[in-house]
Design a protein around this ligand. Structure first.
Ligand code: T3D
Length: 259
């Protein structure tokens, strides 16, 4: 049975492929629940130290499967938001491991916002981003109204969310939505290189960095400095800090264990 999610474990990297290519990897309930389950595995498996999310076929993800959305016997819009997308977004943000999205094609609606919720977004030059919600009479969900204004400013976010315009990967890069754009044939190679590099780094320090970056959105400077102090003490208590400093002093490459 195709749950809509394909998973490949590549060393310490969990690769999650959105896998309903016939409908541009749009989400139905079983796919949303399967993605949540895979993210939970990544969170709890200490051998996994980075996650990479991409799409199979020509699209990254076209958001909600609209035939399920209007199906009277389907989950219904409230459950779709509360049971499908919100738990995916909170998992992406709270998992104490870096998550990379490799956007291989169109990312629309919830698909765009799932891509943007990842810690590092890399896109193929064939990718595009559409806040498609307004075109069908909805508001942007899946954290879009939270992430997009913070990433690109309120003016651009308002325009993209109200107009529902398609933005190319290169324009998205210029706006600050993404980290990097690469050619379609190098996307997976480049994204995997980033994911493997992250997976070999001090996982706990990366987790604390992720926490600090996201808490900065609601903290004032004093609170943020306090949080940095607390998490720096925790970072310095890790085996990886010890290894990092010793490796530097001994002029050898560090071997981090994520502990
Ligand atoms: O209950 C709720 O809805 C709340 C949750 C909201 C979260 C959301 O994500 S709302 C936004 C939902 N997504 C959209 O509105 C996007 C709909 N899709 C499109 O606008 C276009 O497909 C794209 C711009 C993304 C890509 O266009 P194009 O021309 O490359 O592809 P296409 O021909 O439109 O699509 C190819 C096939 O995928 C086609 O099926 P067919 O004709 O080959 O049998 C199309 O119907 C199907 N498809 C694409 N997107 C969806 C979809 N099927 C179901 N749901 C989709 N979202």
């Amino acid at each position: 049975m195709n749950t809509g999610i394909e998973v490949i474990i590549d060393g310490a990297v969990q690769i999650i492929k959105l896998n309903r290519p016939d409908v541009l990897n749009s989400f139905n309930r079983s796919m949303a629940l399967a993605l949540q389950a895979e993210l939970d595995k990544a969170r709890h498996d200490k051998n996994i130290r980075a996650v990479l999310i991409t799409g199979n076929g020509k699209a990254f993800c076209a958001g909600q499967d609209l035939s399920e959305a209007i199906d009277a016997s389907g989950p219904g819009i409230k459950n779709i938001v509360e049971e499908h997308y919100n738990p995916i977004i909170t998992r992406l943000r709270h998992i104490e491991k870096p998550i990379v999205s490799a956007v291989n094609g169109v990312a629309a609606g919830a698909g765009a916002n799932i891509a943007l919720a990842c810690d590092i977004v890399i896109a193929s030059e064939q990718a595009s981003f559409i806040q498609a919600f307004s075109k069908i009479g909805l508001i942007p969900d899946s954290g879009g109204t939270y992430f997009l204004p913070r990433l690109i400013g309120t003016q651009r976010a308002s325009a993209l969310m109200m107009l529902g315009d398609k933005v190319s990967a290169n324009d998205a890069l210029q706006m600050g939505m993404l980290y990097k754009v690469t050619s379609a044939d190098k996307l997976m190679e480049d994204a995997l290189a980033i994911a493997h590099k992250l997976a070999a780094m001090p996982t706990k320090a990366l987790a604390y960095t992720k926490q600090l970056i996201y808490m900065s959105a609601s903290n004032n400077l004093e609170k943020q400095l306090e949080a940095e102090g607390e998490l720096q003490v925790k970072s310095a208590a890790t085996c990886d800090y010890n290894e990092g400093v010793n490796a530097f002093l001994e002029k050898r490459p560090a071997v981090f264990k994520g502990e």
